[in-house]
Design a protein around this ligand. Structure first.
Ligand code: 3IX
Length: 224
């Protein structure tokens, strides 16, 4: 069974890679109209193939692990998601820190040649929530403040560092910083967040439709 899931994860990741290539080509192509029309037909065939067995919207994917919050279709880091950049994240739980590495492409463009600010916000939100989660203080983002200091260019390797700040009952704070890999001294954007763990009874309500125990966003203590 474990082996089945590993094989399925490989296949999900391979499809994700292929679809991300497709999305990149789709948002950059200047081929003639008949080729666009042909591509639309071919894409429709792929859709039919995948629709043969679909989850409901609240259902958790068989490749996921909801207890630790590993999401194979996460729009931020999910290997299976065509819309994820995807960001690769390393956790340093003892230091309350995590480091994300990502290069953002054309599909996430805002101003010409620059990364969309909303996309920077989602990347910062992820490392903020994750630095707390990795240190055992998982919660939902209650507030998120983003400061955009310099334009961030497409196609440039970026490094995001999230750091857990204070913890007070179900509430934690975190800060994050975004830099270009080749210029780590210049801050491009910063994030600050308050993360609040759901009380367990509230979590049961919020995640009821998934039909599964979802531990990663919930307080595990009785401090609620
Ligand atoms: C696949 C292979 C790759 C491998 C990857 C492997 C692993 C990946 C693993 C993990 C990934 C990790 C993490 C990243 C994950 C996700 C990041 C995305 C995060 C989100 O996308 S998340 C969605 C958006 N988010 C919401 O959907 C929240 C909606 N909202 C609510 O659900 C409530 O609003 C809530 C719960 C926030 C509060 O509700 P509540 O009823 O529990 O609150 P309550 O009043 O009891 O307050 C309790 C204490 O929090 C304080 N407090 C409350 N609100 C505050 C605020 N705004 N500012 C300051 N303090 C606040 C109070 O002051 C009190 O503090 P005190 O106890 O000291 O008085």
């Amino acid at each position: 069974m474990a082996e089945d899931r590993a094989a399925r994860r490989d296949a999900v990741g391979a499809l994700g890679d292929a679809l991300r290539d497709l999305v990149d080509a789709a948002v950059r192509t200047e081929v003639p109209i008949p080729d666009l029309e042909k591509a639309a037909l071919l894409a429709g065939e792929i859709t039919q193939l995948l629709r043969a067995d679909l989850r409901e919207v609240h259902e958790i994917a068989s490749v996921d692990d909801p207890e630790i919050g590993e999401r194979w279709y996460s729009p931020v880091y999910g290997p299976g998601s065509p819309v994820a950049p995807p960001m690769l994240v390393e956790d340093f739980p003892d230091e309350g820190r995590c480091v994300g590495r990502v290069t953002v492409g054309k599909k996430h463009e805002g101003p010409p040649g620059l990364v969309h600010g909303g996309v920077l916000a989602i990347l910062l939100d992820h490392v903020l929530a994750r630095s707390a989660r990795a240190a055992g203080h998982g919660g939902l983002t209650a507030t998120l403040t983003v400061t955009y200091r310099r334009p961030v260019h497409l196609g440039v390797p970026l490094v995001l560092t999230g750091r857990l700040g204070s913890v007070d009952g179900r509430r934690a704070t975190a800060t994050a910083r975004l830099v270009a890999e080749d210029d780590p001294a210049t801050t491009l954007a910063e994030g600050e967040a308050v993360l609040v763990a759901l009380r367990s009874e509230r979590a049961s309500e919020v995640f009821a439709k998934t039909g599964r125990a979802v531990g990663a966003w919930t307080t595990r203590s009785s401090d609620g």
